[in-house]
Design a protein around this ligand. Structure first.
Ligand SMILES: C[S@@+](CC[C@H](N)C(=O)[O-])C[C@H]1O[C@@H](n2cnc3c(N)ncnc32)[C@H](O)[C@@H]1O
Length: 267
């Protein structure tokens, strides 16, 4: 995937930028027609998967609301972003917050976009109104906005718990892409407890469709619940920080019901 065609809308903890080419490869080999991004998050995978039919699901209403506005009101969203860039500074978040009780306004969507444009590895909690690299990120988002809208226009956007998604979309032409929250980090507004992994396992193992799940190899109790993965793969750690020293590659474990599937290191 070349850089100029790779789409991204927000910075989000656990976004699968590095894994997306492998997920695309597996989806294409599966022969399935419907791609269901069950834990959609930043939408990075759905934006770049190239499937004809995509369900983007995310339980956090701020994220599903953001993508609904990108889908339905792209001109207005782009205009708000253009204005912000021309002012050269991110406004205080309270100014663009919108009504707290109303989670589906355009102000709320724009607030989410800005929070996750300026954040550094967190849930929008490291907001800095003048950060230069965030302004650069916002400019690139504006450049890509019509391409992002073209892709998102074709999605069905859901805001459901994963259990509902399996019930609604399981079929013999469905591919479930599963990137659940991590067991040992409480990064999201919605995290997982042990029972959630057990429910996910039961749904996966009994599904009619195909699935691919990735987790961190070192995640607590994953192997105990899901058994041994079909394969593992190392990914270069792109968040190198000279003050900490060299960060070793990350190892991901993959679970799938596609037969004879393996991705090797270096593929
Ligand atoms: C590891 S992140 C997914 C990242 C995503 N693949 C990306 O590339 O940005 C896991 C996501 O699952 C969502 N989530 C948590 N509990 C959920 C649930 N019960 N049903 C659906 N989504 C859930 C979280 O809000 C979070 O965005």
């Amino acid at each position: 995937m070349k850089d100029n065609t790779y789409l991204r809308l927000i910075k989000y903890p656990g976004a699968k930028n590095v894994l997306t080419p492998d997920i695309k490869n597996v989806f294409e080999r599966s022969g399935m027609k419907l791609f269901v991004d069950v834990f959609g998050g930043s939408g990075t995978v759905s934006l770049n998967i190239g499937a004809h039919r995509i369900i983007y699901n995310e339980i956090d209403p701020d994220l599903s609301n953001l993508f609904r506005h990108v889908q339905e009101h792209p001109e207005r969203m782009a205009q708000m972003l253009r204005k912000l860039i021309s002012e050269g500074e991110f406004p205080p978040l309270e100014k663009i917050k919108g009504n707290e009780k109303d989670s589906n306004t355009i102000e709320r969507a724009f607030n989410t976009l800005i929070r996750f444009t300026t954040s550094f590895g967190g849930m929008g909690d490291t907001y800095n109104t003048r950060e230069k690299s965030s302004m650069g990120y916002a400019r690139k988002t504006l450049e890509q906005f019509s391409s992002i809208n073209r892709v998102v226009k074709g999605w069905k956007i859901e805001n459901l718990d994963f259990r509902e998604i399996f019930k609604k979309y399981d079929s013999n032409s469905t591919f479930f892409y599963l990137d659940p929250p991590y067991s040992d980090r409480k990064w999201y507004n919605y995290n997982f407890i042990r029972e959630d992994y057990m429910d996910l396992r039961d749904l996966m193992f009994n599904s009619t469709g195909k699935y691919l799940m990735n987790v961190n190899r070192e995640d607590e109790f994953i192997a105990e619940i899901f058994g041994e993965p079909q394969f593992t793969k190392e990914y270069e750690n792109k968040n190198q920080d000279v003050s900490i020293g060299y960060m070793p590659p990350r190892v991901k474990s993959f679970y799938t019901n596609l037969r004879n599937l393996k991705l090797k290191n270096g593929d």
